[in-house]
Ligand binder design. Sequence first.
Ligand code: V55
Ligand code: FE
Length: 497
Amino acid sequence: MANFPETPAFTGFNKPGRFEADILDLEVEGEVPPHLDGAFYRVQPDPQFPPRLDDDIAFNGDGQVTMFRFKDGKVSMKHRWVHTDKWKLEREAGKALFGAYRNPLTDDESVKGRIRGTANTNVIMHAGRLLALKEDSPAVVMDPNTLETVGYTKFGGRMTGETFTAHPKIDPETGDMIAFGYAAKGICTRDIVYYEISPEGELKRELWFELPYYCMMHDFGMTRDYAVFHVVPSIGSLERLEKGLPHFGFDTTLPVYLGVVPRREGATAEDIRWFKAPNLFASHVMNAYNEGTRIHFDTPEAEGNMFPFFPDVHGAPFDPMKAQSHLTRWTVDLASNSDEFESRERLSEMVGEFPRIDDRYAGRKYRHGWMLVVDMSKPVDLKGGSSTGLLMNTLGHVDLEAGEDKSWWVGPTSSLQEPCFIPRSADSPEGDGYIVALANRLDVALTDLLLFDALAIEKGPIATIKLPLRLRFGLHGNWAPGEWLEAAANRSEPIAA
Ligand code: V55
Ligand code: FE
């Protein structure tokens, strides 16, 4: 019997959903603009079976992708598991075979050496294919219209790394997908491989290099001329795995590094510059850009660890106050002889994470950003309360040109999932468009999809798309325009892995 542990990771709003769904023509309050044509994809971890061990962390659930298809003022949803090798092996066995998060030593003998990825972190369309991503494994290709899983891709068979990041970027000028893999020569190795993938989905270039120390390399920055890697001491080691400790733990004694890798053809590991900053925490990158040799890298920065389930390696208790992050601009200059940062400048007073931009400005000087915000001045009215009292209860908009923040509070009984920007049209100005974000209705265990005017979020949603069910907490997602979906549906060849 599939009984899940009675732990916070598996109860209440976190109870596994385990369903697939197709719902045509969802209920809408307000109006969905009739010209909005495309799909918002997002992914959530949702364990197919109870964990092999006593408990588990949210990051270890099997990926389930949700597609919200917008067309003619209506929205339909499709919700499917990603058929990873892990999912298929466990489906066949009728139970979990893979153990703890990123610890193969806890797996059943029968799955030794198999790809462990859960494809639960991001989902993005590129080269006519939908990619479901987990940073410890290769990308999984799905059909963007049917959400059928095709299989793992090595981008034309050429990728030599074992892993592919969940945070690739698409260069808006070239259409190339810029990405990397870490632990790319095996679990806990310091080897990184940088990838550039053509608009046709073929790997064009790899550049291998080593990190100062092994750590969670969850995201990175892309500029027109550089790939920028922040090395933050959420460290890991085989020794930790042997001891049964969580894969990662935060080490407050190590410095932060920023590695700048030239994107130009022919660059080698010798061309990489490393800059150093004091110990701090940063995970996601809002955007980065370079003005000549000067590089700006915008990230929600916190004083301390943001992940209570990857605790302090020296035993310090988790400090929710130190986990609060503020969007911060890191600047380094390749023309400088110093290995220090030029500056670290706070860009917003909002406490926020899950930063997003108008992706047509990825890697370029930009004006607008959106993120989830914790507004502690607002009441939380939930039976039992949330465990920390901290909820992503607000959507924030930073206008870096006006130096102005705007926000919208979702109310005392809801929280939000990561926003995603949708351009009004392919050539509309920066920020002219919509924001979508899921709202977790924690009091009634239901989910709504909210649609905002991106430059007037403070007015609240222009449409609330009501789901008759609960989606679990998700991670990341992306928009794909209708033409991409139609081109994928009308292709003559089947989608290749
Ligand atoms: C993150 C999420 C992951 C993961 C590593 O910051 C980092 C997020 C959902 O899985 O494996
Ligand atoms: Fe992420």
